[in-house]
Design a protein around this ligand. Structure first.
Ligand SMILES: Cc1cc2nc3c(=O)[nH]c(=O)nc-3n(C[C@H](O)[C@H](O)[C@H](O)COP(=O)(O)OP(=O)(O)OC[C@H]3O[C@@H](n4cnc5c(N)ncnc54)[C@H](O)[C@@H]3O)c2cc1C
Length: 435
């Protein structure tokens, strides 16, 4: 069977759906293909879905701030009624601890100032008013529980934190992705599930379509790789990986769910928090739980995965390490004998900054390397990719003259060369999930 569309998008995670939404709004006939049975069932479904604004680069911070504006008006972004079919954004604000590891947030504060993003400086007393459960002892550098120096205290406690109100988290990342799918369908986008792409067709020296595992062929002049942790496989199928200076690979990550300290309503009062001193982040989770992940400190081993279809989905000692480190900061947290949580893959770029770009194969584009931190940015990624694809298909040479993109809510332009596959490693990056 041959079917014609203007663009085929491989992947229906939050990135693929956001691209479909913006292209279909611009009049493109799009079809998303996904191996899984529904939208957002891949790595998006296990995202912690923290919508924070602080990143280690100005571009990263600007895109995150612009994206926040869409989460804050989810129904307006989607053009759908604001009812209980939409996912909920909890606008709790974000707490980021100052520490030796982040130079007391000097760089982050300079970037927030530059973008006019309001934040408050909280000393320990102010933090304790809202979070009496916090212990301020500094333990830097983060260590593993098996390290004899685990829990060794530094002389000076943490000096405080910054708190910014424009942030929070989404309770159900899969539902938010289904919401974007519904919004895209309202503009004519199509989605096909249980459909694994196994070949990228080429014709006249450019992308020409996709062949599925069952032999079905779809033809289109534009193919977009939004395959998440499978992105490197799709790039290899298209034969474009050799032409990329920055590449992607899959990294396994664990997230733990722990009972909040007894007597403290963390579910209502908590907010996403980042703590470089213990190398972890956390946020409220239903059932008065605390969900906590690693910020990739040097002590945590990195488990790169060669086959993203086969990896250990059970929690390991890594979960215990994250739980024990969180217990240093929140001593009342519950640590059950059998820790619960989730395991999934990041699609990590060499410098932990995504690739939103064309490729050396005309008509083949990629929105990959989201490095464990681009759920929040999906609304803006959809817009940037639709713009980039539209301009390149009109003949613009984005490699020779990188496009810039206007972030309308914060009224700022960013150069899309920042996300180029041809960039040098960006040394400003944190080389971690912090981006
Ligand atoms: C544990 C964890 C915690 C995270 N926490 C946060 C956070 O707090 N905040 C934040 O902003 N980001 C976070 N992230 C990152 C964020 O979730 C991802 O950047 C984002 O969800 C990636 O979306 P995606 O659409 O690229 O990938 P996915 O959701 O993985 O979607 C890719 C899709 O492509 C499909 N696919 C793959 N290969 C094929 C093929 N051959 N044919 C057809 N379909 C194919 C897959 O089935 C999948 O559905 C986290 C990620 C993880 C894993």
């Amino acid at each position: 069977m041959k079917t014609s569309r203007d663009a085929l998008i491989i992947g229906s995670g939050i990135i693929g759906c956001a691209i479909a939404y913006e292209l279909s709004r611009a009049g493109w006939r799009t079809l998303n293909l996904d191996t899984l049975p529904a939208a957002g069932y891949g790595s998006t479904s296990n995202s912690c879905a923290v919508v924070r604004v602080h990143y280690s680069t100005l571009e990263g911070t600007a895109v995150a701030y612009e994206s926040y504006k869409y989460w804050d008006d989810w129904s307006g972004y989607l053009g759908l009624p604001d009812d209980d079919r939409l996912s909920k954004f909890y606008k709790t604000g974000i707490l980021v601890f100052k520490s030796r590891a982040n130079d007391n947030l000097e760089k982050v504060r300079a970037m927030l100032d530059e973008l006019g993003l309001g934040y408050e400086d909280w000393d320990r007393e102010r933090i304790a008013e809202r979070f009496p459960i916090i212990d301020y002892t500094s333990y830097h550098p983060p260590r593993r529980p098996e390290d004899p120096r685990f829990g060794e205290k530094n002389e000076n406690p943490l000096p405080g934190a910054i708190f910014y109100p424009e942030g929070g988290y989404v309770s159900d990342p899969q539902l938010s992705t289904a919401n974007i799918q519904a919004a895209a369908e309202a503009h004519g986008a199509e989605f096909r599930y249980n459909s694994k792409a196994v070949e990228i067709l080429k014709s006249d020296g450019r992308a020409g379509g996709v062949v599925l595992e069952d032999g079905t062929r779809f033809e289109a002049p534009v193919v977009v790789n939004a395959a998440g942790p499978h992105s490197f496989i799709i790039n290899r199928l298209a034969g474009v990986e050799k032409g990329m200076k920055i590449k992607t690979k899959a990294l396994r990550h664990e997230v733990v769910h722990l009972p909040a300290p007894e007597g403290f309503d963390f579910e209502s009062l908590g907010c996403p928090s980042s703590d470089s001193d213990i190398g972890g982040y956390w946020r409220p989770e239903v059932g008065n739980h605390i969900l906590s992940g690693s910020e990739d400190p040097d002590c945590d081993p990195q488990e790169w995965i060669e086959n993203p279809d086969e990896f250990n989905r059970n929690l390991t000692d890594q979960a215990k390490a994250q739980a024990y480190r969180l217990a240093l900061r929140i001593p009342g947290v519950g640590i059950p004998n059998r820790i619960k949580g989730v395991v999934d893959l990041y699609d990590v770029a060499d410098d932990w900054i995504p690739i939103y770009d064309k490729s050396d194969l005309p008509g083949f584009y990629m929105a990959v390397g989201t490095s464990g931190n681009q759920y929040k940015n999906a609304p803006v990624v959809g817009k940037m990719m639709a713009y980039l694809i539209g301009r390149c298909e009109q003949g613009h040479d984005h490699d020779a003259a990188p496009l810039s993109f206007h972030l309308e809510h914060i009224n700022r332009d960013i150069g899309l060369g920042f996300y180029s596959r041809l960039r040098e490693i960006n040394r400003e990056s944190s080389f971690s999930v912090l981006g």
